[in-house]
Design a protein around this ligand. Structure first.
Ligand code: IMP
Length: 193
């Protein structure tokens, strides 16, 4: 479901670099709350360990965790993909690993965006090898028709057109993560899509 929210102009400080709003802040908040309710139901007997993938999932993780009414635990890992600034090669380097043991845990990976799916594919194999009781994914955004790797995503916030986006945690060159909504990026830095 694509949400092209109209009438949500980007803030003045970022307007020069942004195109259309893809998902506005209010729509994001409503959907994150809905995902939280669904996760609360699905994991009612087995509260999950939420594994956030830094840095892109920082805002999503923070809002999602607060919308789940269960005693969840939270951990983070940081990965960096080899490739250009804006497209991944699928070779992933673990920059920060998890602090907790995954053995017999119900693990829910919280990811910002799935593009080619290569990063997630790598993470699944990496985390799956540590013996979790279950391993599922909650991705805020899924790019339409872009996946080079088949993924089964238990929870998806929004399916969006295949274009480079920023905001709500997503960046280009570390900027624009603090936008309340998700916008297409039309700024000066080259975007290799
Ligand atoms: P994938 O391995 O191609 O699925 O890429 C996943 C990672 O690339 C995400 O976790 C993001 O960090 C980054 N990424 C992919 N598309 C975008 C985008 O449109 N904006 C910002 N980051 C993106």
């Amino acid at each position: 479901m694509t949400n092209a929210g109209e009438g949500h102009a980007p803030p003045a400080w970022a307007a020069h670099a942004l195109g259309n709003v893809v998902v506005d802040g209010d729509t994001l908040a409503a959907r994150v709350a809905e995902l939280g309710r669904k996760i609360t139901e699905d994991y009612s007997t087995d509260p999950p360990l939420l594994v956030g993938v830094l840095k892109g999932a920082m805002l999503f993780m923070s809002d999602l965790a607060r919308s789940i009414e269960l005693p969840v635990e939270v951990d983070f890992m940081a990965v960096s993909s080899y490739g250009t600034a804006t497209s991944t090669s699928g070779v992933v380097r673990i920059v920060k690993d998890l602090d907790v043991d995954l053995k017999d845990r119900h693990v829910l990976v919280v990811e910002d965006i799935v593009d080619s799916g290569l990063t997630l594919n790598y993470l699944r194999r990496y985390l799956g090898a540590r013996g979790p009781a279950s391993l599922e994914v909650c991705a805020l955004l899924l790019k339409e028709g872009e996946q080079r790797v088949t993924q089964s995503l238990k929870y998806v916030g929004f399916t969006i057109p295949s274009t480079f986006v920023v905001g709500y945690g997503l960046d280009v060159g570390e900027r624009f993560r603090n936008l309340q909504g998700v916008y297409t990026y039309v700024g000066p830095e080259s975007v290799d899509q």
